[in-house]
Design a protein around this ligand. Structure first.
Ligand SMILES: C[S@@+](CC[C@H](N)C(=O)[O-])C[C@H]1O[C@@H](n2cnc3c(N)ncnc32)[C@H](O)[C@@H]1O
Length: 221
């Protein structure tokens, strides 16, 4: 694979269609300064999420895995004035950095950060009758992706779009004998997705400035 060419093409697309404003570049800078991992979606992927939110005319979005709020900002910017995005983050330090970034981007009025594990927060949301959401973006820890997806389905309605990031993992997902918990988690998720009735789904490979990976897209029928 010519990774240099993939990177150049990704930058070409980004320069044309996904330029970052000051708030987005400062979000990435703040994460670096705070010693957080560099695992946000790329600018083009952020714009992709924004286009998807626009396509489903989303006024309610649920995100699992906030980190520094980079993907949150991209998606929140697609919301109408009365739109709402709930983002779940287990790490309080990540959540506090994200809160500042989201405020700097001018979207804090639309965004609520819930601090805690998605594994606890999602069942509580289902019990409380929250949702349905128009768009769900799953980007938290990989081992329980299958469970997160099943919870998310219970917070959905026909037409809800569910997007799950990092399900190809540089092709390591092909290795049935992998001992990596993240690979095992997404392999289990991908198989479950293929067997889930009531959704129309596909995995879109992603390649560019970050490693070769893939996003699963599923629409509730
Ligand atoms: C890949 S990062 C999210 C990146 C972010 N969506 C973006 O693109 O800007 C994953 C985040 O999920 C968080 N996380 C890990 N386990 C979690 C859990 N059980 N519940 C909620 N968040 C979790 C991590 O702390 C990390 O901040």
């Amino acid at each position: 694979m010519d990774t240099k060419l993939f990177e150049e093409v990704d930058r070409y697309i980004g320069d044309l269609l996904a330029p970052e404003d000051k708030a987005l570049t400062e979000s990435l800078q703040s994460m670096q300064e705070e010693g957080m991992p560099s695992i946000s979606v790329t600018a083009n992927q952020g714009k992709f999420l924004q286009v998807m939110a626009t396509l489903c005319r989303a006024s309610s979005i649920l995100e699992l895995g906030t980190l520094g709020g980079y993907s949150t900002i991209w998606m929140a910017r697609a919301l109408p004035e009365n739109g709402r995005l709930i983002t779940i983050e287990v790490d309080p330090h990540h959540a506090s950095v994200a809160a500042k970034n989201i405020a700097r981007a001018g979207v804090s009025g639309k965004v609520e950060i819930r601090v805690g594990s998605a594994f606890d927060i999602l069942p509580a949301m289902i019990d409380k009758g929250e949702g349905p959401f128009d768009l769900v973006f799953i980007d938290a820890d990989k081992p329980p992706y299958a469970e997160y997806f099943q919870f998310a389905l219970q917070l959905s309605r026909p037409g809800t779009l569910l997007i799950c990031d990092n399900v190809i993992r540089e092709g390591r997902v092909l290795d049935a004998g992998s001992t990596d918990d993240r690979v095992k988690g997404v392999r289990r998720f991908n198989k479950m997705l293929s067997e889930t009735p009531g959704v129309r789904a596909i995995i879109v490979p992603t390649v560019g400035v970050k490693e070769f990976d893939g996003m699963a897209l599923a629409v509730v029928l």
